[in-house]
Each structure stands twice: as C-alpha cells, then as structure tokens.
Design a protein. Structure first.
Lengths: 749, 227, 90, 90
C-alpha cells in the first residue's frame, strides 16, 4: 500500500476509509472531513479516531463535568485546575501538591498483573508531567463476588501488579479500598491514584510554545503493543498483512519508569523544560496534539525519528501505539544538549522528533512526505460533545421502597454478638492486610500513616513537619440507591477520613466508574453523581482539581453499581500532631461525635447479614461534616484526643473493632439513653467519628464540642482485652481478631 | 571530623535517600556514590541500599554486581572497609560472593511489607556494636526475594563461626533457611541483611521506632575511634 | 515418568523488559555479537502415565488457560527426550 | 541469525515455590496425573555470526557467570533447530 499523504488525500477524495472500524460514527467522520476540507489521511484518521474516542474526549461526560468548573468554591489553594494532567494545590511553605486518580479497569480484567501495573505507571507519569516528584500511590479496587473463582484469578494478579510496579518505583502505597460485589464480576474496577510534591516555581504545563523549541521524545522505544488500546481497536484495518490482533494490553517496565522520574526531575531542576506531556492513552497522537493545541504556535514532527522497537510499524501505528514509559518534552534549542546528556546519564533513550513552529498547524512527516496537517485544537479539544439522553430508571422507586429498616433485627445479646462477628469477618469489612502487606509503605522514609489508618499521610518537609494526607472512598451500594446522595456520601467519607487523621481537607479528585452511557439509566446515575459531587464540593469548600471517567463498565445489559470514587487531599502543619486510629491507652474515654439515626439502607449489616440492597442511603449533612472536620482538626492540634476513627460502613462496632485491634486494647461500651444497642452498633449515619480522650482533656474537649454545637456522647472506655457492650455481650479481642483477619487469606488460599 | 558514609545509587535503587538520611541522623557525613563512578570519594564506609537495581529483572542484584562502582567496593571490602548491604544491597553482596549463599523468591511468592522482629546474634561486627547479642529489635521488612538459601555445609560454617548476624525472631516471613535474616563475612566488616534499619531511625515515620539507628551509630563510633 | 516442557514467551511485539535488561548488560560484561535476548518461563511437568495424544492435548489446554496468558504470551509444549535436561554446574 | 537457548532451573534440592503453586492449582483446574512441576527461566539469544564451538563456549560462560547463579541454579545451553519456537495461540 502506498503512503497516504496529505496531497494524496486531496487528490483522492472518494477512497473508502475504515472510520467505522476505528470507532468513529458516521457524522463524526463527516465532521473530520468538514474540518479538514478534504478526506483525512490514514494517519489523520488514526489520530482523530483515538482522540475522539470516549476515553480521550469525554464526549458523553463533558456536559456534566462542566459543573466542576462552574461550581468552584472560593479556595486560595488552587494553583492549577481541571484541564491539565493533574490539578495542583498550594499546601504552604512554598510547596505545591498534585494528585489524581485514574482507572485501568478493562486491561486489568484481561491481564490482571500487567493491566494494574500499567495503571500505576500511567498515573505516575501524569504526576511527573506536572513537575512534581511522586511521593505516594493509592489503589481503590472493586472486585466480583469474594467467593467467585474468577476473583481468585483477578485479585491476586491486580494486587501483585500494583505492588510490582509501585514497589519497584519506590513509591509508598498509603491507601486504597477493596470492595467485593457480584456487580463487578466481569468488570472489576482498578483505580490508581498518585500524589506528587514540588515547589511552586516548578509547576510545569503541557504546552508547546516558542517557535524553534525542540520536541524531545524520551523513554521507552515505541512498539506495536497496545495500538488503539484506549478505544479498544484492532489494527488490521490499516494493513491486512500485519500480524493480527495487536494486543491492547501492554507490559510495564517499572525500572524504565523509575529512570524517567529521576531524569525528568533532574531536567526540571536545571530549568531545561518549557512544556511537558506524558504519553498515555492515544500515545503520540495525544501528546503532540495536546502540546500543540495548548501552546501558542504549531508543531512539526518527523515520525521517522521516533525510536522503534519494531521497524515494521506503519506511521498510523506509531501514532496510535500506547507503549508505556514514554514522555515528551519541549526544550529550548540551546538546552537540548544538556537535556539529552541528563537522559544519557540515566540510560534513557531521548530523541528530538520535531519542533515548535510559528504557524498554527500540527504537521507530521514520514519519509519526507507530509501525512498529517491539522489544526491540533480540532484533534485535542474540539471533539464531539454528546448530550446523551438520561432518565431516572423505573426500578429506582421499587428499590428505594424496599426499606432495610424492615429487615429482621437481632433478638437478643447473643444474636447481636453473632452478627457482630459476621459483620467484621464479612469480605468487605474484613482486614485487607493480605493486600496491603504486599505494598511497600515505608519507602522514601516519610510515611506517617498508611493502611489501615483513616488516611494515608506523608511528610513533605523534614524540617517543619509539614505533611499531606489523602483518602479515597466510594460506596456503589449507596450510589445505586441514590446516586446524588451516594456520591456525596463518598465525598463526605473521604473528607471525614482526612480530618480524622488531623489534616485539614483541601481539594478533591474523582474517578467516576459507570456502565454504558448509551443507557439512559446509567447516564442519569452519572449526571446525578456529578451533580452531587459538584454541589458537595461547593458546600465543603474543596474544589475538584481533576479526575477521570470510566464508562462502559458493563457486561450485556448489566451495568456495575454506579461507583464514583472520591479522593480528598488534606494538609497538616506538623505531622507530629497526626491522630492515629489505635486505642492505645487503657482508661481513656470513648466519645461518639455526631447523631446516630436508624439508617440501614445499603449498610454493611444489610449486606453481610441479609444480603439485601434496598431503601435509602444515610442522609448527608455537609455542614455537619464540616463542623465535625473542624473539631477533629482542632482536637488534634491542641492535643485533646489520642485516637480518632471515622464511622462509615459497618458503623460504630466496625470502627471500635478496628481501633481496638490496632491498639491491642479492648473497650467497654454503654448504650446511651435514647438508642438501642442494635442501632448504636450497626447504623451507618454519616457525619460521625469515635475518639479516645485522655481523662485530663475530657472537659476541655466536651466543652469545645458543646460550644460549637456538635453532639458528643460518652459511650465507654478503653479497657481490658475484650469488646463488651454492657448488658448485651462480650467478645474477646482474640475472637474478633480471628474473625476479622482470617477471611481474605482464606478466600485466596 | 566525622566519618564519611557513602551510599551507592544504581539505576533502580530506591532507599538511597533514606540511607543517606539515616547516616546524617546518626551524625555521619552522608556521601552519594553513583554506579558509574570508579572513585569512592574517600568514604570510610559504604551502604548498598534497597531497591531494584537495574530492575532486578534477571535476578536480584545480578546486574549491579558488574557495575563500575562495585569493582572498587569489592576490592576495598576485602581490605577491610565496612560495607552494609540492606535488602537489594544484601542480594548484591551475595552475587559478588563477598557473602555466601543466595536470595530467592519468598516461599509464599508475595512481596511482604511488615514490621519485623529480629534477634541480633552477633554484636561484634562493624555495624552491630551498639547492640547486644540476643537483643531483639524491630525494623521494617519489605521484599519479594528475601528467602536466604545456602547449602548445608555453608550454613553449618556460618553458624560455627558466629557469622549469622540476625535471625527472624517472631516467625519466619519468607522461608529463609535457619531463620537467617542477615550475615557477616569472617572479618565482620561486610554485613548484609534483608530488613531495613534505615527505615527505623525516626519516631514519627515508618514503623515509628528507632531500633535501626544502631547500625549507623555503631559504624560511626568504630570509624571515629579508629581515626 | 515422562517430562513435558512448556515454554512460555512474551509475544514478539510485546515489550520484554527482562530480556532487554540482560541484553543491555552484555557489553559491560564483554559479550558482543548477541543481537537480541528474550526471557521467558520454562515449566517442567512430570507426567504420570503415558504421554499420548490425549495427555498432550490436556497439557496444551493447561498451558493455554493457565500457564500462559495468550493475550500477551505464546507457548510451546514439548516432550523431553531424556529426563536429564539441565547440566549441573561444575 | 541463529538462536541459542539457555534454560535455567533451580537445583533439584532447592525449594521451588512457584512450581509448587502451579502444581497445587492443578486439581482445582481439573488436571490430574501431574506428579511434579518446576518453574524456571528460558533465555532466547539471537546470535550474530556462526554458532560454532567458540561461540557456544562463550555462551556457556555467559550462562555460568551471569544468566544463572550456580549457587542455586543449573543451566543448559541448546542450539535451536528451527527459529520458530513458540506456537502462536489460536
Ligand atoms: N471526573 C472528573 N472530574 C474532574 N475532572 C476530570 C474528570 N475526568 C477528567 N477530568 C479532567 O479532564 C482532563 C483530561 O483527563 P484525562 O484525559 O484523564 O487526563 P490525561 O490526559 O492526563 O490522562 C484532566 O484535567 C482531568 O483532570
Ligand atoms: Mg496525562
């Protein structure tokens, strides 16, 4: 097949093109022709099709995501907002922090180890592309039913992949989630997040400006793996003689990525970089068109200069390849030599593949012929936008009417005790140490809190103790019952987790995992969840700085539960003041903060004991969350509490169990007036936390809560080596521990 | 004048900055060494830190052993310069045969990260003098290739000569033969262990203990009194 | 008892970081003239009973569904002539 | 270009948990009649120039000093008859 040049395309308008196989719709292809005023070349078609895919263009979600920009709360901390590789916030002392969560769901189902590993690799490159040193990763995970045989294939592979990649990069894993539910059976969710730290002056953006500046491609060679993986395309369409079915899963090379981190940071430190972009989904198509369209000029790229692993690749394939561990930097001509020398020092292959021009076109050449000549904005930013129809599904009413409050409750103390053991040993409430022990949480020597604490916390300034905390949460069951409230509950929980550790919540990133946008019911769930997060962030004063959308998590007609995962980043002036979750001191008083109501819809109890999902999720009161957060942060700062644990799924008994086991101390609980034992232990009312208060601080603490109007109830004391609920039952810690810790290892043995 | 402790960075080394920090906290002057250097910058002792040198793709430590800096380190170690290999550093030391045996994939096949109790068996090496024999310390363990193996004869010899420097004290985390967590050469200047003392030098971070600091204070005292 | 060997290698178009690491180290060790290195896995299965077509078909299936992930790997099943494969190092 | 294969296996007396894990999984997958599984590494070297005695001797040395750790591993060097080894999965 002869080369399809721009000239050729103008001369042969009627050639049949494989736009359909590449995933474009008829009207999208027509629009490409209209934009170009001719038919696209094969290379241009490749670029438009990957960049206009759902994954890269956000064409179904864009109209909703705009709310994150429209409803931004006033917040001085925001330095870089939505639209860049990751958002950046000011954390004080001249430091800035960037963080983001992304999904790698589909690849992780097909090849769990490499799919998850390359998910970590991708998010870490987003962080370095902002100019930051990555300092930690997190991994919110959702798997099919715990006892399903395929879970045994997927989960260990995913965990090994996340560990294998993150551990090899030297990034402590400081948090995540593991939730099992049959709804994720064919569509496990592998979300990976990362945090990076930089000085304000080191913030870098993805833009190519300054005519004459060079485009340097560095990192791994480009290979034939993962071509069009973003839009899950086959590549045969380009040339039927090529090896068929190029796999859309890539093998990651964490060693190469570690070198990329070090050499990129060294180049930043020497101020050699004008603009920078990582290569992720849509590879070079994305990097070149985004760099060019964010900058002031045009760009010219010589595709022949791209270092290849496979010399038979066609230009279309080179443009679409998603080979991992590659970055693209814009460097002034005079600094190119030094940039290449740093790459050489780190054994990283680096090549000048083009330059910034003073025009406004992105032009790509192959064997001396022009094969791409486009306005880069039309590729990167002016893709299709869909107003997909959405509608509240008919079944929603019936689901909400199936009230969990009507489920049979335990008849006596003995049954209550049995249900407590069932709950804390159920797969979703059981200890996740089997997973987290496979992650290095100590590397870099700055980890203050990690699993199983409420949030992960790392120190960023050794001298002053300045630190940041991150928590990621989501509850698909709540979101299924009511997506708006469910999304706000995820936000509230992450916010509360950060505050419980003593850090002040600052900013939000989200990863929105949903079914097919072509289903109006799913689209409604999505719209409601986005609205919930946007409204919630406005009220809490924490801006959304970025995020990721993963759609089509669906097998046949059955979509996953709507699963918005929300990450909240917090800051703490001195990590010495962090609040751990362990009840470490015998004799300290236990206080429950917040109101406890009869709220069991979507609760862990309704799942673990009755396998039930119905009713309404707990009510959200974000003003209350804010107040609770302020109290928790003040109490930590002033040394009034020694331990705090937020209450979420599993309610009070889950929190008390975890804090007791962590500290190796028991607790004696008394049911306060106005509550029954069952509701006290299992309700999942939001806006609550349990704290352990030294007797000397009791008055000061309760006075503070009283003065601020936060309900505070004394519920017991840290004591002994059992958890006792007075008048109901006693469970020795050992028994709780084996129930809590044995479940996951047994499932995966 | 205080002692200069060099920490080697191979491509893929991860805990180099932690080891430099630990040396500094102990009062030494930390010095960065680069894998391509042939010059050891007049350091008094060397730490080979943890990580995945050159990706550890062939075998942990196998490629690092052939790097330029190792030539000098091997030579000077034979002449008595103190060398501490932590985790990947220990793996490198076995690949160079400065220490006997080899490290294999953990018997449970998983990476393991935990707070590990160790018993100090030999408190007379250059790196363990600030401990007492039989003392139990707690430091982080984190690796996937941490299973120490050697043939029976070599193991017997290690035991007979008191060269088992550390043993796992609260359960064997990886199937290491005879619970061996770390060993020393006959002269006591070259010590390797899988757990990470450099992550246990500050009360707030890591496992929150400072049991690992003794490695760095031991060497400092030895070097400063010797000079 | 017969030995059946299953070799599993990454597909040619897939990045092989392990093989690359070995190859990059060769010049430093003074080895030249090796154009490419790929690293894969070798499984040695000791099979009870006769290694007939049926047995091989089953091992083929085992390789395809379990030992290899055919999204990224190819495999080959071979019956070992002699049981003595690896030569002990001297 | 000729292909030389180096197979590296753990010595028989050394515990091979990877092989054991495969073996333990077999009954669950419905496979019986496999008495033992060992897992090792396979290196495929593409050699430039003739694979004569001298070349093989050098590869033998490479295997002994680098590809295998003879404290724990045995190795075998073989010249591949045909270049087509791994059969592509269907
Ligand atoms: N759910 C979301 N919420 C907020 N911002 C989002 C969301 N999804 C995507 N974004 C933003 O849109 C931009 C493009 O996203 P993405 O394509 O994932 O980034 P990248 O190209 O770095 O992978 C980013 O700035 C990202 O933060
Ligand atoms: Mg990006």
């Amino acid at each position: 097949m002869s080369l399809d040049t721009v000239d050729n395309a103008s001369r042969t308008p009627d050639v049949d093109q494989p736009w359909k196989e590449l995933g474009l719709k008829e009207d999208e292809y027509a629009r490409v022709r209209e934009i170009l005023g001719r038919r696209p070349t094969g290379a241009e078609l490749a670029m438009y099709s990957v960049m206009w895919s759902e994954h890269c263009s956000y064409k179904s979600s864009k109209v909703h995501l705009r709310q994150f920009g429209d409803k931004v709360p006033a917040n001085d901390a925001m330095l870089v907002g939505i639209g860049e590789n990751a958002g950046v916030v000011d954390v004080g002392e001249g430091y800035a922090v960037t963080f983001k969560v992304e999904s790698h769901n589909h690849p992780s189902y097909v090849e769990p180890y490499q799919g998850a590993a390359t998910g970590v690799g991708g998010i870490v490159r987003d962080i370095i592309a902002m100019g930051a040193r990555p300092v930690a990763v997190v991994d919110p995970l959702r798997m099919g039913a715990a006892d399903h045989p395929d879970t045994k294939r997927v989960l260990p592979g995913v965990v090994a992949g996340i560990g294998g990649y993150g551990n090899s990069l030297g990034l402590p894993n400081i948090g995540g989630e593991l939730v099992f539910d049959a709804c994720y059976q064919g569509n496990p969710l592998v979300n990976a997040g990362a945090i990076g730290v930089m000085r304000h002056e080191d913030i870098h953006l993805a833009k190519a400006s300054g005519a004459g500046n060079k485009i340097v491609l560095y990192g791994a060679r480009t290979g034939g793996d993962g071509i069009g993986g973003a839009s899950i395309l086959a590549s045969e369409t380009f040339d039927a003689t090529k090896p068929s079915k190029r796999p859309a899963v890539q093998v990651g090379d964490p060693f190469q990525e570690k070198l990329l981190i070090e050499c990129t940071l060294e180049a930043f430190a020497e101020k050699l970089v004008v603009g920078i972009q990582d290569l992720g989904a849509a590879g070079l198509s994305c990097a070149t068109s985004e760099l060019a369209s964010n900058g002031s000029g045009g760009m010219r790229v010589e595709l022949d200069d791209v270092p290849l692993r496979d010399s038979t690749l066609s230009p279309e394939e080179i443009l679409m390849s998603e080979s991992q561990e590659r970055m693209c930097a814009v460097v002034e001509e005079a600094k190119v030599e030094r940039f290449l020398a740093i790459c050489e020092k780190w054994d990283v292959i680096a090549t000048v593949v083009g330059e910034v021009t003073d025009g406004d076109r992105l032009e790509i050449f192959w064997h001396g012929e022009k094969i791409v000549d486009v306005d880069p904005r039309t590729v990167a930013h002016e893709g299709p936008v869909y107003e997909r129809p959405y509608a509240r599904p008919e079944w929603q009413d019936a689901l909400q009417a199936d009230d969990a409050g009507k489920l049979p409750r335990p008849a006596d103390g003995a049954e209550l005790r049995a249900q407590v053991l069932t709950l804390v040993g159920s797969p979703n409430q059981a200890s996740k140490a089997w997973v987290t022990d496979q992650y290095d949480r100590f590397v870099q020597g700055n980890t203050v809190l990690a699993q199983p604490e409420d949030s992960g916390m790392v120190r960023i300034n050794e001298e002053t103790g300045l630190g940041v905390a991150l928590a990621s949460d989501g509850n698909g069951r709540f979101a299924k019952l009511d997506p708006y409230t469910g999304a706000q509950l995820a936000l509230a929980e992450a916010y509360r987790n950060v505050a419980a550790s003593g850090a002040r919540p600052l900013a939000v990133s989200d990863c929105l995992n949903f079914g097919s946008p072509e289903d109006p019911a799913v689209m409604w769930q999505f719209a409601e969840a986005v609205r919930g997060i946007a409204d919630g962030c406005l009220q809490l004063g924490t801006p959304v700085t970025g995020g990721n959308v993963s759609l089509y998590n669906q097998t046949g007609e059955a979509a996953i539960h709507p699963t918005p995962v929300v990450s909240v980043l917090g800051v703490i002036d001195d990590v010495a003041r962090r609040t751990p979750m362990a009840f470490a001191q015998d004799g300290q008083l236990l206080y429950l903060l917040g109101d406890t109501r009869e709220e069991f819809g979507g609760s862990a109890w309704s799942q673990a004991v009755h396998d039930h999902l119905g009713g309404l999720p707990p009510a959200v009161d974000l003003d209350r969350e804010k107040l609770l957060g302020e109290i928790l942060v003040s109490a930590s700062r002033d040394g009034m509490i020694d331990a705090a644990h937020d209450l979420s799924d599993g309610g009070l008994i889950q929190a008390v169990t975890e804090s007791c086991l962590r500290g190796g101390n028991g607790a004696r609980l008394v049911v306060p007036d106005g509550l029954d034992a069952f509701t006290l232990l299992f309700s999942e009312s939001a806006g609550r936390a349990v704290v352990s208060v030294p007797r000397s601080e009791e008055l000061r603490f309760t006075d503070m809560c009283g003065a601020r109007g936060l309900p505070v109830t004394r519920i017991g004391v840290v004591d002994g080596d059992a958890v006792e609920v007075q008048g109901e039952f006693t469970v020795p810690l050992d028994e709780l521990r084996s129930a809590h810790e044995a479940t996951i290892p047994a499932l995966l043995a | 004048m205080t002692a200069r402790i060099g920490v080697v960075t191979f491509p893929g080394t991860l805990d180099d900055r932690d080891a430099l920090r630990a040396a500094r906290i102990a009062g030494a002057e930390p010095v960065s060494l680069w894998h391509r250097d042939k010059d050891l910058k007049q350091v008094d002792a060397v730490v080979l830190a943890g990580g995945f040198s050159y990706g550890d793709y062939l075998r942990a430590g196998a490629i690092a052993r052939f790097s330029p800096v190792m030539g000098q380190i091997i030579e000077q170690a034979r002449e008595g310069m103190p060398v501490l290999g932590i985790c990947n550093g220990f793996q490198i030391l076995t690949e160079t045969h400065l220490l006997p045996g080899a490290m294999l994939r953990n018997n449970h096949l998983h990476f393991v990260c935990k707070d590990q109790k160790l018993r100090v068996e030999n408190a007379e090496t250059a790196w363990t003098r600030d401990y007492t024999a039989g003392q139990e310390i707690s430091v982080p363990l984190k690796n996937i290739d941490g299973r120490y193996v050697a043939d029976e004869h070599a193991l017997d010899e290690l035991e007979a000569e008191g060269r088992v420097a550390f043993r796992y004290a609260d359960g064997n985390p990886n199937g290491s033969l005879r619970d061996i967590a770390g060993i020393t050469n006959a002269a006591g200047n070259v010590v390797g262990l899988m757990p990470h003392p450099e992550h246990a030098v500050e009360p707030l971070v890591g496992t929150g203990g400072t049991d690992g600091l003794g490695f760095f204070t031991s060497i400092l005292k030895k070097l400063v009194t010797a000079s | 008892m017969a030995r059946v060997v299953v070799d599993v290698m990454l597909k040619p178009e897939i990045l092989d970081p392990q093989g690359q690491a070995v190859q990059r180290a060769l010049p430093r060790l003074g080895f030249e003239g090796i154009a490419d290195v790929r690293q894969g896995k070798r499984f040695e299965l000791e099979v009870e009973g006769p290694v007939d077509e049926a047995a091989l078909a089953r091992i083929h299936e085992l390789a395809e569904t379990f030992l290899a992930n055919t999204v990224i790997e190819d495999f080959a099943v071979k019956v070992e002539e002699s049981a003595q494969v690896a030569e002990p190092a001297k």
